[in-house]
Design a protein around this ligand. Structure first.
Ligand code: NOJ
Length: 520
C-alpha cells in the first residue's frame, strides 16, 4: 500500500470553524471565512487543513454530535461553500481534511429517531440496544428509560451521542451482534457512503474521531483492524491520493489497521504530555502533576518522549506517519504558562521532527487559553482553547463584524493579534513561518526521514538530535545547558531566540533557545 507523496512535506493547520473567521456577521465563523483566510494559512507555510466537524448538529459536543452527515451546518454555510472551499484550497496547492465522526451520532439523527421506535425497522440495529429496559450489563454506558423501545442503548461519549453498531468481536450476550452481521456491515457501508460523498466533492480525506472505538469487545484489535482495512482498500482503489488520519494515539495499532496517519497525543501514552502538557494543566487529572520538558523551569524529562516516540517511528516506517500537534481543541493551549519565547522554541521544535506538524489555529500568535469561561457546546475546560481567532486590534479583534454576541468572547487589550505580529520581524508568528519554511526547504527534515538521538538524558537539558546532515539542539529551560557532540565542523543554519555554539566537543545552548547546525 502506498503513501500519497504529498504527505512528506505536509504541514497542517487545524481550524475550529466556530472561531476562525465570521463573514455573515452572526458571531460564528463560517466556511466562507475559511476560504477568505486560505491565503493567510498558506502564508504560514501550511499546505493542508483539518476542519473540526462542520455538519448539521444540535451542537451538544461542538458538532461531534452529527445529525446529518451530508449537510454542512447552516451556521457555517452550504454544501456549495464546501465545494468552493475544496476548489479554492486546491488552486493554492492545499489539501482539506474533514472530521469524520463514525462512532456515534447525535440522538437527533434520523437513524436514531427510527432506531428508537418499538416497531422493528431498517435502523433497529444501527445502534446498540439491549433486549429489555431492565438489562444494563456492566462495563458499558447505557441510557435507560428514555425511549418507548424496550431496551437500553449504548452511548460513546456524552449522553447525547448514541454509539453506532459495528458489532462486537467477542459476543457475550445475545444483543451483541458479530461485526459481519448484515446490520453491522450496513453501518460500515453507510459510513463509507458518507466518505465517498465528500471525497467526490473534492475533500482530500478525514481525520477520524475515536477511530479505535468502533468495534466493541475487541481485545486483540482484530475487529477494528478488519474494519479499517476494508476502508483503506476503498481508498486504494477509488481515492489513492486521499488520506485517513486517526485519533487513536497508538500508531502501532492504527497504521496496522490501515490508517496513513495517526496522532501522537495527550492520551494512550505519556510522551506527549511529558513534552508539552504535564504541569501545564490543573483541569486534566492526568496532566496536572509533573513537569514538562518544554518549560523554563527546566524540570522535565525528555527521555519519556524519546523512549516512546522513536520505537513508534521505527515500527511504522515506510507505512505511515505520526502527526504531532502544538495542541488541539481538546487540550489546554500551549500558551498557558509559556512566554512568547518559550512558545517560539516549542513550535519550532514541532516543525523539526519526522512527524507531520499540526498547528492549532491561533497557536502561531500565542492566542491565550482563557480561564473561567462558561462551558460552550460541551467544551467545559476545553472552552478556553476554543475562543475566536484574533486578527486585528479592532472591533471583535477582526473576527466578526457582528454587533451582537460572539460564539465566545475575544480578549480585549494587550492580547496578541495577527496584524501586530505581521509587522514585527521577530514575532511568534514570523518565527513559526521561518521554522516551517526551513522544514520545507530541506527534505531531510520532513516526514519519515531519519531522526537520531545524540543527547537525551533523564532530567537533563538540552535535547540534541540529528536529522540527516542537520543537528538540532534545543534547550527550553531557563539556564544555559551543554551536551557533548562528535568532533567535526558545524555551521549554524537556523536558530530561535539565541544561537548555540560548538566549543571543541561541547555544544553550549543558551536558555530558551533552539539551534540547527549543518554538519559539514
Ligand atoms: C474527540 C474529539 O476531538 C472531541 O472534541 C469530542 O468531544 C470527542 N472525540 C467525542 O466525539
Amino acid at each position: 500500500m502506498k503513501l500519497p507523496a504529498w504527505l512528506k512535506s505536509a504541514v497542517f493547520y487545524e481550524i475550529y470553524p466556530q472561531s476562525f473567521y465570521d463573514t455573515n456577521r452572526d458571531g460564528i465563523g463560517d466556511l466562507n471565512g475559511i476560504i477568505q483566510k486560505l491565503d493567510y494559512v498558506k502564508s504560514l507555510g501550511c499546505n493542508a487543513i483539518w476542519i473540526n466537524p462542520c455538519f448539521e448538529s444540535p451542537f451538544m459536543d461542538a458538532g461531534y454530535d452529527v445529525s446529518d452527515y451530508k449537510k454542512i451546518a447552516p451556521r457555517y454555510g452550504t454544501n456549495e461553500d464546501a465545494k468552493r472551499l475544496f476548489e479554492e484550497a486546491h488552486k493554492r496547492g492545499m489539501k482539506v481534511l474533514f472530521d469524520l465522526v463514525p462512532g456515534h451520532t447525535s440522538d437527533r439523527h434520523p437513524w436514531f429517531l427510527e432506531s428508537r421506535k418499538p416497531e422493528r425497522n431498517e435502523y433497529s440495529d444501527r445502534y446498540v440496544w439491549t433486549h429489555n429496559a431492565f438489562d444494563y450489563p456492566e462495563g458499558y454506558r447505557w441510557m435507560s428509560g428514555m425511549q418507548d423501545r424496550d431496551g437500553n442503548y449504548l452511548v460513546n461519549f456524552f449522553s447525547s451521542q448514541p454509539a453506532l453498531n459495528y458489532g462486537f468481536e467477542v459476543q457475550d450476550f445475545p444483543w451483541q451482534l458479530p461485526p459481519d452481521h448484515p446490520a453491522a456491515q450496513a453501518t460500515l457501508e453507510a459510513m463509507k457512503d458518507v466518505m465517498r460523498f465528500w471525497m467526490d466533492m473534492g475533500c482530500d480525506g478525514f481525520r477520524v474521531d475515536m477511530a479505535y472505538s468502533l468495534v466493541k469487545n475487541d481485545p486483540f484489535r482484530t475487529g477494528i483492524k478488519r474494519l479499517w482495512g476494508n476502508v483503506r482498500e476503498m481508498f486504494e482503489k477509488e481515492y489513492p491520493e486521499n488520506v485517513l488520519l486517526s485519533e487513536w494515539g497508538r500508531a502501532e495499532e492504527a497504521i496496522d489497521a490501515g490508517f496513513h496517519l495517526d496522532f501522537y497525543l495527550h492520551f494512550n501514552g505519556r510522551g506527549y504530555n511529558a513534552l508539552f502538557q504535564e504541569g501545564a494543566s490543573d483541569y486534566v487529572d492526568k496532566a496536572s502533576e509533573g513537569h514538562c520538558f518544554f518549560s523554563k523551569e527546566g524540570k522535565g524529562d525528555v527521555t519519556v518522549f524519546t523512549e516512546e516516540f522513536l520505537p513508534k517511528l521505527r515500527y511504522i516506517a515506510g507505512r505511515g506517519y505520526l502527526c504531532l500537534p502544538t495542541d488541539n481543541h481538546d487540550m489546554i493551549r500551549y500558551s498557558r504558562f509559556r512566554s512568547e519565547d518559550e512558545m517560539k522554541v516549542a513550535a519550532s521544535f514541532v516543525m523539526l521532527l519526522p512527524s507531520i506538524p499540526f498547528l492549532y489555529y491561533g497557536d502561531e500568535i500565542g492566542l491565550p487559553y482563557r480561564e473561567g469561561l462558561t462551558s460552550k457546546e460541551g467544551g467545559y475546560f476545553r472552552t478556553g482553547s476554543r475562543t475566536p481567532m484574533q486578527w486585528t486590534a479592532g472591533r471583535n479583534r477582526g473576527f466578526s463584524e457582528s454587533g451582537g454576541e460572539l460564539y465566545l468572547p475575544v480578549e480585549e487589550g494587550a492580547s496578541p493579534d495577527v496584524e501586530a505580529q505581521e509587522r514585527e520581524k521577530n514575532s511568534l508568528l514570523n518565527t513559526v513561518r521561518r521554522a516551517i519554511a526551513f522544514r520545507a526547504a530541506h527534505e531531510a527534515l520532513q516526514a519519515g526521514e531519519e531522526m537520531r538521538v545524540l543527547f537525551a538524558e533523564k532530567g537533563k537539558y538540552p535535547f540534541v538530535f540529528a536529522r540527516g546532515k542537520f543537528v538540532v539542539a534545543v534547550n527550553p529551560s531557563g539556564s544555559a545547558a551543554q551536551a557533548p557532540v562528535a568532533e567535526g565542523r558545524y555551521k549554524s543554519v537556523f536558530f530561535v531566540n539565541a544561537e548555540a555554539r560548538i566549543d571543541g566537543e561541547k555544544c553550549i545552548v543558551p536558555p530558551v533557545s533552539l539551534t540547527v547546525f549543518e554538519k559539514e
